[in-house]
Design a protein around this ligand. Structure first.
Ligand SMILES: Cc1cc2nc3c(=O)[nH]c(=O)nc-3n(C[C@H](O)[C@H](O)[C@H](O)COP(=O)(O)O)c2cc1C
Length: 174
């Protein structure tokens, strides 16, 4: 099975999104990288931030065929660190020595894992991901979403975690 990695960004590692993502990761036996543990600066037009953790992290990510982006929905959008990470992907499209790395994103499978206090993520939230994946030449493989209005509940949310894990496993085996 092609390897899979998850990138998690939440304002609390052991909150709803982290718990949901950990359940999925347990099922798939994959690594969850908490973006909060990496030192990453916002996108810079002058690229004066090349010595931070973005490029090593990207190399780690590119070693996998399937990438899961896990974030809570904060004001109809991704968490700040997830946005920062997505912005920094622009480096791969702009810096001549990183262009080859950027091309390696093409054809990879991309997934979204999210939590919120509503039953479905808004169209705008999902469209931003879908269009970003499309722009990068990645294939959108699907998403998992749970309503955490009452907090994260294994009893209530395990079925969605297991459904999604099966989807990722199945896609990876083709
Ligand atoms: C700053 C902030 C903004 C939020 N905005 C939304 C929102 O737009 N839509 C929604 O359904 N839930 C929203 N929520 C609720 C969270 O998405 C929900 O509680 C989520 O499960 C939190 O995950 P976490 O524990 O990983 O932070 C928001 C929560 C916070 C703290």
């Amino acid at each position: 099975m092609p390897s899979t990695i998850a990138l998690l960004s939440s304002s609390r590692r052991l909150g709803n999104t982290g718990s949901f993502m950990d359940r999925i990761a347990l099922e798939l036996d994959i690594e969850v990288v908490d973006l909060a543990t990496r030192r990453m600066s916002p996108y810079d037009y002058e690229h004066r931030n090349r010595n931070d953790d973005f490029e090593p992290l990207m190399q780690q990510v590119l070693a996998h065929e399937q990438i899961i982006f896990a974030t809570p929905i904060y004001w109809y959008a991704v968490s700040p660190a997830m946005k920062l990470f997505l912005d920094r992907i622009s480096d791969l499209l702009e810096l001549p020595d990183l262009l080859a790395q950027g091309r390696r994103l093409r054809g990879k499978m991309a997934y979204v894992v999210c939590t919120a206090i509503c039953d479905e993520p808004s169209g705008a939230f999902m469209d931003a991901f879908r269009e970003t994946f499309d722009y990068l030449g990645m294939h959108f493989g699907g998403m998992a979403h749970v309503n955490c209005q009452e907090g994260y509940s294994p009893a209530m949310h395990d079925p969605e975690a297991l459904r999604f894990a099966a989807l990722v496993r199945q896609a990876g085996s083709q």
